[in-house]
Design a protein around this ligand. Structure first.
Ligand SMILES: N[C@@H](CS(=O)O)C(=O)O
Ligand SMILES: [Fe+2]
Length: 150
């Protein structure tokens, strides 16, 4: 089976207070630019090498306006490094910069969230996106689940 997106794997729900998950990145995979639905987001790189690209929030409130999104910072992450983001810091995209190796990161979201907003880098346009899991507690989730887009 071909997996063309990174996979999100839930490992602990913290009695509804947080989500702890493992994200597995294939070579060259990356997330779409996204927010974190007002949650705290901690991310620790466990293996491989990832790059975090931070963006400013776009100021395109009008749907017809288009504006290339502004990169604020690029940070290369090394195994065991931890980074943090929330919506007041800005938006980000995470990229597996290796074309040959996978990467694994651990993410803690507090409180948990089931949808976030994703952004088109060229226009700043936004879309609400469900966030779904590939596995929960080691069990594959029903394949009929809604397809995630971030
Ligand atoms: N926040 C993303 C992973 S990352 O790109 O920070 C997610 O939960 O899918
Ligand atoms: Fe994120």
């Amino acid at each position: 089976m071909v997996i063309n997106r990174y996979t999100r794997n839930l490992i602990d729900e913290g009695n509804g207070k947080f989500n702890l998950m493992l994200v597995c990145w294939g070579p060259s995979q990356s997330s779409t630019i996204h927010d974190h639905a007002d949650a705290h987001c901690f991310m620790k790189l466990l293996s491989g090498s990832l790059q975090e690209v931070k963006f400013e929030w776009p100021n395109t409130e009008q749907k017809e306006e288009e504006q290339e999104m502004v990169v604020r910072e690029r940070t290369g992450l090394k195994p065991n490094q931890v980074c943090y983001i929330n919506d007041s810091i800005g938006l980000h995209r995470v990229e597996n910069v290796s074309h040959s190796d996978g990467a694994v990161s651990m993410h803690l979201y507090c409180p948990p969230f089931s949808s976030c907003t994703v952004f088109d880098q060229r226009t700043g346009h936004r879309m609400t996106c469900p966030v779904t899991f590939w596995t929960k507690f080691g069990q594959k989730v029903d394949p009929k689940r809604p397809k995630a887009c971030c």
